[in-house]
Design a protein around this ligand. Structure first.
Ligand SMILES: [Zn+2]
Length: 213
């Protein structure tokens, strides 16, 4: 904590990426950036906690059908079948691609759900006046590691590739996955980490508590 960049008498801000401590700029609007690592540190946008809460809840509701229901139905040479996120992961496990299956399960299945749960709880606590640092930390991890849109992209590419040799029908799972990706994308856009940091700092200041986790 001795990493002091500027000893200002006013409010200070700590970079969430590299822990550099800086004096808060006087600017009333816009964003500012960490001079060492370039992370975005501040913004004057307001947090619409209830909208984020609703979007996170929507994404969570869509999660189960997006993972379990068929994304596409394939029909070729009289045989037919369907592909879902869960069946792809189990197929990988059966083929002894254990590591790939674990990555698929982690980034496409578990992390998006964990991230939306963390966001949901964090928004509810923020709305109630709390300082949910641990939940926001999980939300941030999800921003880095959850990538359900990759599966959507893969499914769409496979659909166009297979479409030439087989007959395909889009499944409900694909639309749920699309809804999940869009809801999560908008929620992340609204729940900007820089805005969340600012709220936590304000609450710390209000509570007269400089302790950081
Ligand atoms: Zn930094």
């Amino acid at each position: 904590m001795s990493n002091s960049f500027s000893r200002s008498s006013g409010a200070a801000v700590v970079c969430h990426d590299c822990d550099l401590r800086l004096a808060r700029p006087d600017a009333d609007r816009g964003h500012w950036f960490c001079p060492r690592c370039g992370a975005r540190l501040g913004s004057r946008h307001r947090l619409r906690a209830q909208a984020v809460l609703a979007l996170a809840a929507t994404a969570l509701v869509l999660w189960a059908p997006a993972v379990t229901l068929p994304l596409v139905y394939v029909e070729q040479f009289g045989a037919s079948g369907s592909v879902s996120v869960a069946s792809s992961a189990t197929a990988l496990l059966d083929d002894r691609y254990g590591l790939v299956a674990a990555v698929v399960l982690g980034t496409l299945v578990l992390m998006p759900a964990a991230q939306m749960i963390a966001l949901l709880v964090a928004m509810a606590r923020l709305h109630a006046g709390g300082r949910p640092r641990r939940w926001l930390w999980w939300y941030r991890q999800g921003r880095e590691w959850a990538m359900p849109e990759i599966f959507l992209l893969g499914a769409l590419i496979a659909t166009t590739e297979l479409g030439e040799s087989a007959s395909l029908r889009l499944g409900t799972g694909l639309f749920c996955l699309l809804g999940l990706v869009v809801a999560r994308w908008v929620a992340e856009g609204l729940a900007d980490p820089a805005v969340l940091d600012r709220i936590l700092e304000q609450r710390d200041a209000e509570a007269g508590d400089a302790a950081r986790v």
